[in-house]
Design a protein around this ligand. Structure first.
Ligand code: HDE
Length: 714
């Protein structure tokens, strides 16, 4: 006999009513009420029982006749589509691009020439080497793919957060990716380049050295998608009405500035919150603080290309902003999360060859290869040629052509003509508005060759390295030592140090010392000697371009019962005024009762809110609270990690016993530890947090600092 448990109505957001009853076997049935939505099969047939499949007798065998059971399991079995071969882990959001400066004199593209024009867009951020379930803070390049739904069709700009790439010719891409991903015999490591195969390939591929400097820098462990730059990498071409071309590089800059975390932090974040980046973006958008980027271009002509030190078709090189300043032409904001992750983020299909009239390609041998690869990959992933019919991939303009049929065709034209030319009706060519390829003059011998103009592999690697601040240089050294220490073959480690010698002697020495090499290896053979005349460029450094603001960052406020309410309130006010956010962390998630009797709710129990999840922390504790937490390993880690990660720490005097037990003695107290004696101190503290980290502290908290501080070998 079924027993009625009660009528409800479920969550407040559900408009329909249902009744919950218990079945004979104790299972729960939710029965649709009079105004309720009825569960159906894919054919729209109402379902009576979704808890039990059809059987002969209550304990008997299943019957094939049960079409609902069969359909439900069949559909479930086919839920997965192949993950992307690269960039499998990603997260997307919708936004709008607004043009502020017209490029109408050099391109016919409406999106780049009609000032004020708002173009809907979708962006997908990703890591490259891990699989779909890998953690967000892998040391890796971030993909930054953009689809603009323009008035002239879809334009895809499929970029990265690093302006250069590992290889010069697309034919090496499968080798690069095989070497970076899990080793084929053992199936690990996941989402890590710290293994023999990767460094074996790299050490035998000197053209990757510039990119290696970037990936060993803090750029590959970003604090947030909201705090990364984007680069189109290749040189593209803008084309005007007369068919004249202008070279262009696309670069987008985050309004919040660049920021990264430390490696020790990244490793811990991956455990505490593997979804750190996607959650951060989701939260920022849903809380009404949508991230924004400026879109800039570097424009140049053949004359510049001819005199530039490197080949503008070589994607292992960049053009320093000091040489061609960025012209900001617009900005975009990401302000809408997806309704459904699979439908949008997973099914979005970017293709480098999706360009609109007025935008064209160059002969960059990487871009040429990509233009083949992306269309090909969509066929495999999305299962047929009609992936453009999926809403996220559909242009926002009419699509008219005679391509027909195929798997899952959703756009099926009416009428008799399905060919052209025809004498019936239908779309026709337009020599005036249609896409015209840039009419480049091409000559040359048919051959498998690499241009000699691509041969300098070290000069820009060096330029990048010398553009970094001391602490950024230290991080590059640390990362190389970490990764190469995971490489088992000593000859690979040595060959890598040989390459570093061609970049910077001190870096090579730091890494050799860090690895404990017995002797300095010989420099790697170089096709072209490293230039030492390229000047440092501030735009290449994260630290030198810092905005000095806490906007968009997160303060973790650790609070216990009896803590000073006035300080907690002042901190919250200061954080809100700084356009930042905060989370209250308490010993129990229900919250803490402050000294004025108010209950402040905890967003995290301390075990679930380690300090690595915050940009800065404040310890607002009572005497009893501090005494209790001073015995707790997690609380001590909270403080010692924040200190070790060079974060700013605000504290009330009563919190000192916890700070002490966390291993921070009186001698260690530095300018980054700020006492919150009175409510007004909260403002000063949050302002100081705008410096983001007290980098000098790292030289006293890290063993590797010694190798870094040692003078370079002669
Ligand atoms: Fe990709 N790349 N790539 N790539 N790439 C793919 O296309 C490929 C390269 C980049 O969010 C694949 O749809 C080749 C450079 C991003 O969905 C595939 C070469 C840059 C994404 C492919 C490159 C990128 C991809 C796999 C060597 C930076 C994620 C799934 C010439 C400018 C797109 C897919 C998304 C994805 C091929 C090199 C960026 C296999 C052959 C250089 C951001 O087609």
């Amino acid at each position: 006999m079924a027993k009625t448990l009660g009528k409800d109505t479920g969550a407040a957001s559900q408009a329909t009513s249902f009744e919950t009853i218990i079945g004979e076997g104790g299972e729960t049935h939710q029965i649709a009420g009079a105004d309720g939505e009825v569960l159906t099969t894919q054919q729209g047939i109402p379902v009576a029982d979704d808890q039990n499949h059809l059987k002969v007798g209550a304990r008997g065998p299943a019957l094939l006749e049960d079409f609902h059971f069969r359909e439900k399991i069949f559909h479930f079995d086919h839920e997965r589509i192949p993950e992307r071969v690269v960039h499998a882990r990603g997260f997307g959001a919708h936004g709008t691009f607004t043009l502020t400066e017209s490029l109408g004199d050099i391109t016919t593209a409406k999106i780049l020439s009609e000032v004020g024009e708002k173009t809907p867009m979708f962006v997908r951020f990703s890591t490259v080497s891990g699989n779909k379930g890998s953690p967000d803070l892998a040391r890796d390049v971030r993909g930054f793919s953009m689809k603009f739904y323009t008035k002239e069709g879809n334009w895809d700009l499929v970029g990265n957060n690093i302006p250069v790439f590992f290889i010069q010719d697309a034919i090496k891409f499968p080798d690069l990716i095989h070497a970076a991903k899990q080793e084929p015999d053992r199936g690990f490591p996941q989402a890590q380049t710290a293994h023999d195969n990767f460094w074996d390939f790299i050490s035998l591929t000197p053209e990757s050295m510039h990119m290696i400097m970037w990936i060993m820098s803090d750029r590959t462990i970003p604090r947030s998608f909201r705090m990364i730059e984007g680069f189109g990498v290749h040189t593209f071409r803008l084309i005007d009405a007369e068919g004249k071309g202008t070279y262009v590089k696309f670069i987008w800059k985050p309004k919040l500035g660049l920021q990264s975390v430390l490696w020790n932090e990244a490793v811990k974040i991956n455990g505490a919150d593997p979804d750190y980046h996607r959650r951060d973006l989701w939260d920022a958008i849903t809380m009404g603080t949508p991230p924004e980027w400026e879109l800039g271009v570097q424009l140049f002509d053949d004359e510049f290309a001819d005199k530039f030190e490197f080949d503008v078709l070589d994607s292992t090189k960049l053009i320093p902003e000091d040489q061609i300043p960025l012209k900001i032409i617009g900005s975009f904001v990401l302000d809408r999360v997806v309704d459904n992750f699979f439908a949008e983020t997973e099914q979005v299909a970017f293709c480098t060859q999706n360009v609109v009239p007025g935008i064209g390609f160059t002969n960059d041998p990487l871009l040429q290869g990509r233009n083949f690869s992306y269309l090909d990959t969509q066929l495999k992933r999305l299962g047929g040629p009609n992936f453009t019919h999926i809403p996220i991939n559909q242009p926002h303009v009419p699509v008219n052509n005679f391509q027909q049929d195929g798997h899952m065709a959703m756009r099926n034209p009416k009428g008799r003509a399905n060919y052209e030319p025809n004498s019936w009706a239908g779309p026709r060519e337009s020599p005036t508005t249609g896409y015209k390829h840039f009419a480049a003059e091409e000559t040359g011998r048919k051959a498998q060759v690499r241009s000699a103009s691509f041969a300098d592999h070290y000069s820009q690697a060096r330029q990048f390295f010398i553009s970094q601040t001391d602490i950024e240089q230290k991080h590059i050294g640390d990362a190389l030592v970490f990764e190469l220490s995971k490489v088992e073959r000593v000859d690979i480690r040595e060959l890598m140090v040989g390459h570093l010698l061609n970049i910077d002697a001190k870096l090579a020495q730091t890494v050799a010392t860090g690895l404990g090499l017995k002797a300095m290896p010989a420099p790697a053979p170089a096709a072209v000697e490293t230039r030492t005349d390229l000047p440092p460029s501030d735009a290449l450094s994260i630290a030198k371009t810092a905005k000095g603001s806490f906007e968009g960052r997160k303060l973790g406020i650790l609070v216990t019962d009896g803590a000073e309410a006035a300080i907690v309130t002042a901190l919250i006010d200061a954080v809100v005024a700084a356009k930042a956010v905060y989370e209250i962390i308490t010993p129990k998630v229900a919250g803490a009762t402050l000294d004025d009797g108010t209950l402040v709710e905890g967003k995290q129990k301390i075990d679930g809110g380690p300090s690595i999840l915050y940009d800065a922390v404040a310890l607002v504790l009572s005497v009893d609270g501090a005494a209790m937490l001073a015995k707790d390993k997690t609380a001590k880690d909270f403080v010692s990690d924040a200190f070790g990660h060079s974060k700013f720490i605000g504290y009330t005097a009563d919190a000192l016993p916890l700070i002490d037990k966390a291993g921070i003695g009186e001698d260690d107290m530095d300018a980054g530890l700020i006492e919150l004696g009175k409510a007004a101190d909260a403002k000063t503290f949050v302002k100081t947090c705008g410096q983001l980290r007290l980098w000098d502290r790292e030289l006293t908290t890290d063993l590797d600092a010694a190798a870094f501080l040692a003078p370079a070998a002669a």
